[in-house]
Design a protein around this ligand. Structure first.
Ligand SMILES: Cc1cc2nc3c(=O)[nH]c(=O)nc-3n(C[C@H](O)[C@H](O)[C@H](O)COP(=O)(O)O)c2cc1C
Length: 224
């Protein structure tokens, strides 16, 4: 697949077909993705892949846990700013309401929003779930590196006809993730990811996000 097409057509998919992915395919995607650059070639990424019966039990257990304990817990790291401001607040709202709008979830419909949120914990029906971790003593530079690796996973997946959804939703419940998966305490859960074949009939997948133009985020110097 052409790299520009892989980037431009990538989107977060929130509904997958119930179609297994062979282990060799996931292994290949990860191996290729590990060509990502990293400071001094430190390759700080660690990966946990779950599938089949293991993934089914994992998700069933997790969804029941979220129903029993619906409150967000303390994340292991702060993803978002503690105080939202423009332009980020506006972009965030546009994304949230855009997705909920397509799904028919009205403002104030907490039950509808929670139901949609819960789908994260089944990896939106994907046959495979991935968790990315990093040793907790690694610094911000290494977080750049793992970000590049994760982006590679999303793009390389597309070459194999697979789509993805990166998921910070797990980060708020990393202790529960650790109960079900042997992730050592000295590793930080960076994010999860759903990976599978897109269910084109899923309404949520019609949602396409916009991007600012370069005139908003780039400054050029030395051009006439
Ligand atoms: C690290 C990371 C975590 C994310 N976590 C979630 C998540 O938990 N649930 C979800 O539905 N989408 C999640 N997203 C998807 C974003 O909402 C999405 O990337 C953004 O709205 C842009 O849309 P696009 O990916 O379709 O281009 C996450 C994205 C990133 C990069």
């Amino acid at each position: 697949m052409n790299i520009v097409e892989a980037i431009e057509k990538r989107k977060s998919v929130r509904g997958f077909l119930d179609q297994e992915i062979p282990r060799e395919v996931i292994d290949k995607i990860l191996q290729i993705s590990s060509r990502a650059p990293s400071g001094s070639n430190t390759q700080p990424w660690k990966v946990y892949v779950i599938s089949g019966e293991f993934k089914r039990n994992f998700s069933d257990n997790f969804i029941q846990y979220r129903i029993d304990y619906p409150k967000d817990e303390t994340p292991q790291y702060q993803y978002y700013p503690t105080k939202w401001r423009e332009p980020y607040l506006g972009r965030r709202r546009a994304t949230g309401w855009g997705l909920y709008g397509i799904l028919g979830i009205q403002k104030g419909d907490r039950e509808g929003a929670f139901k949609q949120q819960l789908k994260n914990y089944n990896f939106f029906g994907a046959p495979v779930g991935i968790f990315f971790t990093i040793d907790s003593d690694m610094e911000i530079g290494s977080w750049l590196d793992i970000g590049m690796f994760i982006q590679n996973v999303m793009l390389v997946s597309r070459n194999f006809g697979l789509e993805t959804c990166p998921q910070a939703a797990w980060v708020y419940h990393h202790q529960k993730v650790r109960e079900l998966l042997p992730i050592p305490e000295n590793e930080t859960l960076v994010c999860g990811m759903a990976i599978g074949y897109e269910n084109k009939e899923e309404v949520a997948n019609q949602f396409i996000t916009g991007r600012e133009s370069t005139s908003v985020f780039a400054k050029f110097f030395g051009y006439e």
